[in-house]
Write a protein that binds this ligand. Structure first.
Ligand SMILES: Nc1nc2c(ncn2[C@@H]2O[C@H](COP(=O)(O)OP(=O)(O)OP(=O)(O)O)[C@@H](O)[C@H]2O)c(=O)[nH]1
Ligand SMILES: [Zn+2]
Length: 363
């Protein structure tokens, strides 16, 4: 019945539930499981989960397991056995590295080896796309359909939904309007909305770039601290302004403002990474300790928006070779790389050096 939510809509609901600390039920090929975010689960809910008396796990990423010295039998995922008397403090200490240095001994941690990790993996992916810490309480339940109905929880068919999690959501153009900018008075802002309910993304079109030739373009990832607050920890604000100014001087260009804050981990997690950086870790190490990869952005987004704007070849303002490779993979020809070296200061020297050393940025 079309009044019922489809798979994409059910996934969007499930993300909202996880963010609110509400459980969801996943059904897979080898069973069903109740899943809650380790970050948002409330103490009373955790008590209720433990009162079920079922063997439960705390699913974390292989990256986080490495820091905790927990065995990750499933490679990219570890299923840490949730003790029957687990406290919320314990759950948080496994999921969140904030106090790793203050309380290094969290173990012994027992990792589960038998059984299937598919639902745990799915749960972690959902936590990541909800911009939460990548850690989930996972409790196998015998009859997922009944459990979800009895507790009024969202029910997700993980097998059917898996391709939707991997695929890039189609984006719909919502509206465009003229916005005169300091850098260029003849600018237009286009809004694009993903069909999966995730954040909107923007394109700022300056002048009317000739689509028959490579268009001066920038894929800018949102940085609230750098773009809006003028943070000196990164070079994003100056890069944003320099890119718009370059397009203004040429009279044409397209800047995509992609809402992939913190290289796709969200602002709260980026601030967790900043707190770790104050403990001495660099930007990549901080991401790993949190359980994330170096870069969780999906640049297929940028390619899709360029395609929708009729752009197939660009002169890309970037220092990041991975961005060029991703564009080419997605069928956008990068005719030229235009360097964007601005905003270096005493606070971001190490950040920029780490980007060059570990992420291959061209400095
Ligand atoms: N996770 C994390 N994200 C950060 C950090 N500093 C900046 N960011 C985010 O990184 C993104 C910018 O990425 P960069 O790697 O600096 O630049 P880039 O866009 O890949 O490459 P360029 O095109 O050369 O600028 C923005 O989304 C920022 O919010 C950090 O320390 N940790
Ligand atoms: Zn920044």
């Amino acid at each position: 019945m079309t009044l019922s939510p489809d798979l994409t809509e059910t996934l969007a609901r499930a993300r909202a539930d996880l963010r609110m600390g509400v459980g969801i039920v996943l059904i897979g090929e080898s069973g069903a499981a109740l899943v809650l975010s380790a970050e948002t689960i409330a103490p009373a809910r955790l008590a209720d989960v433990l009162a079920l008396g079922l063997p439960a796990d705390l699913a974390i990423t292989g990256r986080r397991a490495q820091t905790l010295k927990a065995r990750a039998y499933d490679g990219d995922i570890a299923r840490v056995v949730l003790p029957a008397d687990a406290s919320l403090r314990w759950v948080h200490s496994i999921a969140d590295p904030a106090d790793d240095l203050a309380t290094p001994m969290k173990g012994p941690l027992n990792s589960r080896r038998e059984g299937d990790a598919a639902l745990h993996r799915f749960a972690i992916t959902l936590c990541k796309s909800s911009r939460l810490l990548p850690a989930a309480v996972v409790v196998p339940v015998a009859d997922g359909v009944a459990f979800a109905a009895d507790n009024a929880l969202s029910l997700v068919d993980a097998t059917a939904a898996a391709p939707h999690l991997e695929a890039l959501s189609p984006l719909d153009h919502v509206v465009s309007a003229r916005v005169p900018l300091r850098a260029a008075e003849n600018a237009r802002l286009h809004i694009f909305r993903p069909e999966d309910g995730s954040e909107e993304h923007y394109a700022i079109e300056i002048g009317r770039p000739d689509r028959e030739k490579p268009v001066l373009a920038r894929l800018h990832s949102a940085c609230f601290t750098g773009d809006l607050l003028g943070s000196l920890k990164c070079d994003c604000g100056p890069q944003l302004n320099a890119a718009l100014n370059a397009m203004g001087s040429e009279g044409a260009g397209i800047l995509l403002y992609l809402n992939q804050e913190g290289r796709g981990i969200g602002l709260a997690n980026k601030m967790r990474a900043y707190a770790l950086q104050d403990q001495g870790f660099d930007t990549v190490e901080a991401n790993h300790r949190l359980g994330f990869e170096d870069d969780e952005r999906d640049f297929r987004l940028g390619a899709q928006i360029l395609g929708k704007l009729g752009v197939s070849q660009v002169r890309l303002l970037t220092n990041n070779p991975a961005k060029i490779a991703r564009m080419e993979d997605c069928g956008i020809k990068v005719a030229e790389r235009v360097p964007l070296k601005v905003g270096e200061n005493e606070h971001n020297t190490r950040y920029l050096a780490t980007k060059a050393a570990k992420s291959g940025h061209m400095l």
